[in-house]
Every structure is written in C-alpha cells, then in structure tokens.
Design a protein around this ligand. Sequence first.
Ligand code: SF4
Ligand code: SF4
Length: 383
Amino acid sequence: MSSDPSTIVAFEKCPVYASAAVESAVRAAVDAVGGIRAFVQPGQTVLLKPNLLTDSTPKAAITTHPEIVRAAIRLVKEAGGDCLVGDSPASVIKHERVWERTGMRALCDEEDVELITLELGGAREFRKDRQVFDVAQRVLDADVVINLPKVKTHVLMSLTCAVKNIYGCVPGMAKAGLHKQYFNAADFGRVVASIYGVVRPALAIADGVVGMTGNGPSSGKPMPMGFVAASADGVALDRCMCRVLGLAPRAVPYLSVLRRRGVGEHDDRRIEVVGADPDSLLAEPVALPNTLRSRLIPSWLGRLFAPLLWCRPTFSDSCVYCGLCVRMCPADALTQKKGEKPVLEPKQCIECCCCHEVCLAKAVDMQLSPMFQRMADRDKCLK
Ligand code: SF4
Ligand code: SF4
C-alpha cells in the first residue's frame, strides 16, 4: 500500500445525477485524495476539461454529465480558483451546438463560468518520440488543469478515461490529422501518452455514474455504474478503471507506453484504493469492444500478417445519411451518394475508427478481418 496521496484512487458511490448527490460524492472523493485546496490555490486559473466528444445529450452517456462539472466548479470556487470550462469536440459539428446539446452552455451560464473552445487561442507544437502534435494554448496557459473524463470502453484504445480524455486538448481538426498520421493502435497510443505527458492534469474526477460499455466511445451502450472516482494520478485512476471494467491494462496501448516512460503509477501494490470497493461496483460484467482482442495480439505477429489483418468499418441500415463520417474521415476513404449509406474504399482506410466515433446513429461497426478474428479469438486472456 502507498502512503503517498498522489497515488490514492478514491471511489464514491453515486447512483443518480441529482445535484446534491453528485456534489456530495465528488466532494468526498476529492477530500479522500487530499482535498481541493491541495490542488487549487486562490487566484489560480483552473481549466476544467470534461469529455465533450460530440453534440449528444447527457442521456446518451457519451459526454461528461453537467452535474459532475457543476460539482467541480463549486469545489474550485470554494478554493478561490477562477474557473474555465473547455474542450475541443472531435467532430466537425460547430462547438456551439455541442455546448447546447451536452448541457454545458446552460450549466456555465447558471454557474457564471466561462465556456471556451480549445480550438481558439492558438496552439504550441511539441515533438516526442519522433511524433509531432499540437496542444491548445488555452490549456498551456491555465495554472491548473482538472480532468473530468467519462468512463467508457473504446474500440481503438480499449478504454477512455483520464489519460485519453486529454486528447481533446489537441485543437480542432488537428485531432483527425493525428489519427491519419498515427493510425494504428500502438502509434496512436504513443501520441496519446505524449499529449498526457505535456498536459498532466493536477486532478482527475471521473464520471462513472452512467458509463458506456461495448463499442464506445459513442456507439456503445450506456451502463449505470453508480460511482465517481478521483485521483491526482490519471494513470493510477485508469488502471483502477481497467479493474472495474474487467479490462487488461496491457490491452490499453497508452498505458503500456506510459509504463515504459515511467509516467504515473503502474504498480497496483503502490496504488491505494479508498472508499467504495472497485471490485463490487458493477452488478454485471461489462460488454467489451468487439475489437479488444485484436489489441492483445503481439505487434510482431501483426506486422508479419499485416495485409490479412484489418479492422474496417461497415455501415448498417441505422444510417441516417448525415454524411458526418464522410466529412470526418482523415483518409478520404468514404464516399456517399445522396440518400445512401457511405461506401468504403478499403485500400484508403487507415483503420482509425474516426467514422465510428462520430456516428451518433450507431450505424458504424468496426469489423475484424476473418484472420484477425481467428487470431484474436485464440487469445482469451483479457485480465
Ligand atoms: S454512417 Fe453514421 S455518420 Fe455516416 S452518414 Fe450514416 S448516420 Fe451519418
Ligand atoms: S473509413 Fe473510418 S476507419 Fe477508415 S480511415 Fe476513414 S474514418 Fe478511419
């Protein structure tokens, strides 16, 4: 066990998004990791970074619920911090529509807090491990960043929680550009890890009241999980979230990279879990992404059989012909005629899962090639 407060992960039960219940659970979780004054000093500018992936309502469980953000705002104000709420949604949808649909505009008006898009205000370029990426200047200018992720499984990264939520600090369409450049899961995991290495929020408060399972981050199923969790160490928090969801940390590419780089706590014996028991939070097993097993195949094997191992989108009849996936595809692999489903040019597809991520009609399924499926099925070890 650790006596280091930076590696404590606190879980608090919270069955509903009622304002008072959420505020009480968030306060208890933050108190258990040192209290808000350990992270925020009077007069500091504090950026709250929820997951505002796209223009969906809180009920869809894709984005961080406004009540979690409200609780964080109130804590920061109590500590004397100046609050901002900001994100850069993944889709090409105008951010004002995202703010309206996610409830963030109404919340920030009610709490008298500025809501900012991270696409405006410039960006700074970083290089790490032969990869190049931008981080929004507004994030770098904040004295403190508090991370407010949603707990979800993820078709490309297996998990999105504290570390992956920081990918939203890459401004606007630069995110799609990174998907195009670093398209396989291992390379994309490296760039996610590098962005986390630059931003490093002081505190993460995860929204697991209703999470998402299956083919997240947008096409999975909302699942009542009934908790919030907090930690100063996003890596420790994500490792605990793997435990809650029944995921192997080695199936989460950015966690493997951060372990190699020595960022965050990866030794479960040194992570002190307090509050609710993470092993008994969920009443039933979690549905994992259908692509998960492919993440566990050794990379040398993947390289050897690369042409026969692919993971590409198919489009179901749920398609409402909105064209969003076609506009988002960083590889121009999709075409679409009016009133018809998108058509994939397989040779162009870089398997980045962006089309899957943006489709709110849940019409995009990422399918493994038959060989990939057979190899993945043989690796039954998820834990
Ligand atoms: S697959 Fe989804 S995002 Fe693409 S056109 Fe159809 S509904 Fe729109
Ligand atoms: S079709 Fe989908 S998975 Fe393929 S490159 Fe385009 S967005 Fe990525």
